[in-house]
Design a protein around this ligand. Sequence first.
Ligand code: MRU
Length: 345
Amino acid sequence: MISTVTMKWNGKVLELIDQRKLPHVEEYTKCTNSDCVAQAIKNMVVRGAPAIGATAAFGYVLGAMENKKHLTAKKMEEVKLKLAATRPTAVNLFWALERMHSKFLSELTNNPDEILDILNDEAEHIANEDVEVNKRIGIYGQELLPNNATVITHCNAGALATVDYGTAIGVIHTALDHGKKIHAYVDETRPYLQGARLTAWELMKLGVDATLICDNMAGWVMKTRNVDAVIVGADRIAANGDTANKIGTYSLALLAKKHGVKFYVAAPISTIDVDTSDGLKIPIEERPHTEVIEVQGVKIAPKGIKVYNPAFDVTDAELIDAIITERGVLRYPYVESIAKTVGSK
Ligand code: MRU
């Protein structure tokens, strides 16, 4: 059983809060099969790297249930590939699916009912671990924020982007629990507006003093408003520390460098991909043109205009002051700190 705002799982049905409708409508999409889960990931009902990973794990369990009568390695490979073909950048998706699939392969000699129980337990472990890991990230991360800190956030790396608690927003949450006051400038995060719709909503619920800004205001805010730190999540961190995160993160890191503002990435170890040597090798998802041409269904650009819509960018490792993980705070050069903490290829 899992029951958080982001997702609910009762062993048969996965309910996902439809993040496309937030903050105005709180509605859950119910999935009882793996196709539905794959569509939910692809169409952004659920988003955020750790949330996508846990969702895929439950999708894998549903796939095993569908194939109970012929629970073969071939069938489950197909389920894995279907779920993996949804979004290319967040490595947590592939990490969770590989973990589920290797568990399945190691239990193949059991009877189907036993295998289903084992897979269900593994998916629930992935979900529960995520929450624990985020709380540990919060404890390490809050030490980097002084009392009365002013921070800038980008995209949504809060409870909704994870099973619960969040990574970057989890750090702010823990700082509050430690009695610190934090003021957060929330980048709206065009084109999908995760900041305006999701982070603003979550921070208000947490009681954080939050101010919404358009993405192009961040430089001026850094220049004039005594910003201490930018704190963001990550979709994939390469072995050298280069970090893929929501489009606009790279520009923020450059602005932070110019203004002497600390730039922190908060992410679980499962987001570190030691098989990818550097950021240029991280696949960057391109999303539909409509996301740029329209805002919430309203057309804002001339018909026929060409559009480029990369959903992520890569921030060079040397622009990142620290990567906050559940195993501690990693520092540059990340080739060394990552190899030491996570291992190397
Ligand atoms: O396209 P999205 O909304 O899935 O992108 C999410 C992000 O870029 C987050 O910052 C990242 O996944 C970290 S979430 C803890």
